[in-house]
Ligand binder design. Sequence first.
Ligand SMILES: *[C@@H]1O[C@H](CO)[C@@H](O)[C@H](O)[C@H]1NC(C)=O
Ligand SMILES: *[C@@H]1O[C@H](CO)[C@@H](O)[C@H](O)[C@H]1NC(C)=O
Ligand SMILES: *[C@@H]1O[C@H](CO)[C@@H](O)[C@H](O)[C@H]1NC(C)=O
Ligand SMILES: *[C@@H]1O[C@H](CO)[C@@H](O)[C@H](O)[C@H]1NC(C)=O
Ligand SMILES: *[C@@H]1O[C@H](CO)[C@@H](O)[C@H](O)[C@H]1NC(C)=O
Ligand SMILES: *[C@@H]1O[C@H](CO)[C@@H](O)[C@H](O)[C@H]1NC(C)=O
Ligand SMILES: *[C@@H]1O[C@H](CO)[C@@H](O)[C@H](O)[C@H]1NC(C)=O
Ligand SMILES: *[C@@H]1O[C@H](CO)[C@@H](O)[C@H](O)[C@H]1NC(C)=O
Ligand SMILES: *[C@@H]1O[C@H](CO)[C@@H](O)[C@H](O)[C@H]1NC(C)=O
Ligand SMILES: *[C@@H]1O[C@H](CO)[C@@H](O)[C@H](O)[C@H]1NC(C)=O
Length: 877
Amino acid sequence: MNHLTWALATAAVFSGNARANTVPQFAERDASASAQSPPFYPSPWMNPKATDWESAYEQAKAFVSQMTLMEKVNLTTGVGWEGEQCVGNVGAVPRLGLKSLCMQDSPVGVRDADFVSVFTSGQTVAATFDRQLLYARGLAMGQEHRGKGVTVQLGPVAGPLGRAPEGGRNWEGFSPDPVLTGVSMAETIRGIQDAGVIACAKHLIGNEQEHFRQAPEAVGYGYNITESVSSNIDDKTMHELYLWPFADAVRAGVGSVMCSYNQVNNSYACQNSKLLNGYLKGELGFQGMVMSDWAAQHAGVSSALAGLDMAMPGDTSFNSGFAFWGPNLTLSVINGTLPEWRIDDMAMRIMAAFFKVGNKIGEQVTTNFASWTTDTYGPVHYAAGKGYQKINEHVDVRAGHGTLIREIAAKGTVLLKNTNKALPLNKPRFLAVIGDDAGSNPAGPNGCSDRGCNNGTLGMAWGSGSANFPYLVTPDAALQAKALSDGSVYQSILANNQLDATKALVSQDGVTAVVFVNADSGEGYISVDGNEGDRNNLTLWRNGDNLIKKVSSWCNNTIVVIHSTGAVIVDKWYSSPNVTAILWAGIPGQESGNSITDVLYGKVNPAARTPFTWGNSRESYGTDLLYKPNGDIPQVDFTEGSFIDYRHFDQANTSLAYEFGYGLSYTTFSYSNLHVTKKRAAVYQPTTGKTITAPTIAKTKPSTNLNDYIFPDAKFPYIWQYIYPYFNTTSSGKEASQDPYYGEPNSAYLPENATNGCAQPLHAAGDKVAPGGNSALYDVLYTVTAQVKNTGSVTGDEVPQLYVSLGGPGDPPKVLRGFDRLRDLAPGQTGTFEVNLTRRDLSNWDTASQNWVISDCPKTIYVGPSSRKLPLKATLA
Ligand SMILES: *[C@@H]1O[C@H](CO)[C@@H](O)[C@H](O)[C@H]1NC(C)=O
Ligand SMILES: *[C@@H]1O[C@H](CO)[C@@H](O)[C@H](O)[C@H]1NC(C)=O
Ligand SMILES: *[C@@H]1O[C@H](CO)[C@@H](O)[C@H](O)[C@H]1NC(C)=O
Ligand SMILES: *[C@@H]1O[C@H](CO)[C@@H](O)[C@H](O)[C@H]1NC(C)=O
Ligand SMILES: *[C@@H]1O[C@H](CO)[C@@H](O)[C@H](O)[C@H]1NC(C)=O
Ligand SMILES: *[C@@H]1O[C@H](CO)[C@@H](O)[C@H](O)[C@H]1NC(C)=O
Ligand SMILES: *[C@@H]1O[C@H](CO)[C@@H](O)[C@H](O)[C@H]1NC(C)=O
Ligand SMILES: *[C@@H]1O[C@H](CO)[C@@H](O)[C@H](O)[C@H]1NC(C)=O
Ligand SMILES: *[C@@H]1O[C@H](CO)[C@@H](O)[C@H](O)[C@H]1NC(C)=O
Ligand SMILES: *[C@@H]1O[C@H](CO)[C@@H](O)[C@H](O)[C@H]1NC(C)=O
């Protein structure tokens, strides 16, 4: 190893200057760190003709053309952690009437606020396989964010995708299947943005584990590492698996994307030019803005050149008072390091996203809540303790969304087992409910900050992806109310460890026992029971397995309900004849008890499908996380390629408990009449031609006189730790920057082509105007239909699924390519399942031509109710 090179590479990452971007070229670290991310420059600028962005572009141009350099810097740089009321705010542009933009978690509701709803998790809504519900949830969440004065809702999540079931944040996303996740992303984004709020597709990309995602966090846990983990992903896997749902997000018009904490191929995601410039803005034609995850920015100029548009929360580390951007960004433009077109493009992308969702200058909803306190009055600049005023209006934005949440969680509950007609319940004589997962947290539903504990029923998992409950209906409360209205006897033991009392209760004559168990996980900054975000194991928490084994040994009608953030190993008890029914209720949100009651009693006939595979052992998944560092810079090689979840189980032909896509109903369905129609589609044309040259948006060139950027006069209040665009001193650029490396050759290093504003070649797999990739990829090549008949005795929904075998030697045996939720089929009624198979659906990524190709291998389609029950089959001509 070349020590000089190594020292440079390390310094670069921390010094936050231009040369940091050269890290990929220096990547001779150790044997396991051979993955490199190739450079991609210049950063693609916006396309004025981009489909559905033209009007936003025009409005943004009219606005940005009036902006000064400092105003643009204000827009791109957060004001610092806890500098304003939202989890992230950028500076305002008072002269032009733009209030500070507010960035707020989370993917399940407005985080850190009161009078808001807590929605069902992404993973659980994915289990509905229902586009209408996905959209309705996005819309309702968007409306709540809008009502609180949020500009960007920080969700939905497609990274983690769910490479391994232990991943702590898998529940925030949808499914390890990229098509199910892609559809879920698109519908959620449309919903959020139709409410006038910018959605944020996150985290790009490879954020598949919590361990080592951020070096300082890992060091805090006692791990000796110097840099964040590198997720090493090859180009084919990137396209066919991890990037796929982001393509759907971009195609759906998402206004923002968040880059992740981890490195990708040994380059930090937020300064990885291949990722942001190459894949996202180049190939996918993303027109919105890229924002950093909170403190995921590690460099100034180089992150801007690599495609980052907004630094969150703006300071170099929380409350440092310094910034990679802010004054440094101002300097980098006037000292000629960062081309003016790049800062114009950053401002354009932010403002275009703002206008695209329907915002207007002068009509922004004022932020009316405070993330850092529930007090009504307090400091608006919380970190500095300055600006005492009314900061929380306590606006109730829930608008009756509880009804929708109840419906979603019920329709997302998967019936995994149902024997002896155990379910639906019908006025049971004696109902016994067992387990602490059925009751409340002694400290209240919000008793643990960011839901960072597992006490009482698991209505929400932990981390920044959570929100504060307005109330949490426990299973105990809802089931008791139902039982009493039926005249049943009802008793509950809301603990896992009262075994004597439990035995006495459930062994009584004619008892129906419902056992509630759970398994939790969350974000890495909180450790619960030794789980540092990621789950340490795939078994139930709090001795849940033992509880089920005991109860089922005493009661021959034991029904199990699982609340969890992913698959758990059910081997120890799931085949017991006394376990008559099993339900996975996911992470249901505030209506938990009502939703599960609706399913248990048949008010909602279940149709949900498990959005991941339930293996028989942890090892059976073939993928796992890295829990102990394998070097100073932990390396995770995604060597399994796209063989995760069912693709792996199918390939290995492994037995499992419940396959991907599986779920029962209280009725039955038959499948017939598979029909394939070939559609006329033009031959696929790789895109050729060039972009426009980098447009000049600014009306005048910024002054190069440092005096023009000095902190405004003494009357302008300086707020402690606040990030401004101004300089404190004008004695020299180096003094203003306070960067010891300022102006040094390495610091002023510019990657080849990084400042080139000439017209650039378009990507062959991209499109001239349409975001999301070459629009011919979305041409329909085949339409497939099948008939689905309700052969049982009650009305129900059914979720037919279509899988494709692409037929190549490196291809998974089959991949999901279509699904639908046929609603309310009456007994005897037949519904039609229809899927439009696109070119993308039938293609592989070809690394040589850097494009999608349909191989010569025979293509087979399968249709049925789950990934391993596919009664209909046809070969594509
Ligand atoms: C930058 O934003 C701050 C508020 O965050 C505001 O006080 C200041 O006036 C803005 N500066 C410019 C140049 O617009
Ligand atoms: C951390 O690891 C480095 C070598 O990788 C070693 O030199 C150093 O002593 C270690 N520090 C601690 C606190 O273990
Ligand atoms: C400018 O950026 C450097 C890191 O590149 C940082 O050390 C310095 O504090 C920043 N300056 C200001 C004024 O925030
Ligand atoms: C320009 O400013 C940036 C940001 O402070 C700094 O990193 C870089 O070294 C400067 N370049 C020159 C040539 O002065
Ligand atoms: C709360 O849950 C934690 C584990 O998450 C456990 O250690 C603790 O005992 C529980 N407290 C109560 C009061 O149940
Ligand atoms: C279950 O136990 C009850 C007594 O509580 C008995 O009446 C019933 O027949 C048993 N059912 C089965 C399927 O064994
Ligand atoms: C798995 O982790 C949970 C939560 O920390 C713990 O309660 C349980 O005992 C663990 N299971 C095993 C088999 O160690
Ligand atoms: C099933 O429950 C009955 C009590 O109803 C018990 O006698 C029997 O041993 C249980 N069977 C199993 C396999 O646990
Ligand atoms: C700018 O000056 C203020 C007031 O003297 C000081 O508190 C702050 O730390 C300085 N900021 C930077 C980035 O140097
Ligand atoms: C820089 O741009 C030129 C012209 O487009 C191209 O030939 C060259 O490969 C580029 N260099 C890099 C490192 O991308």
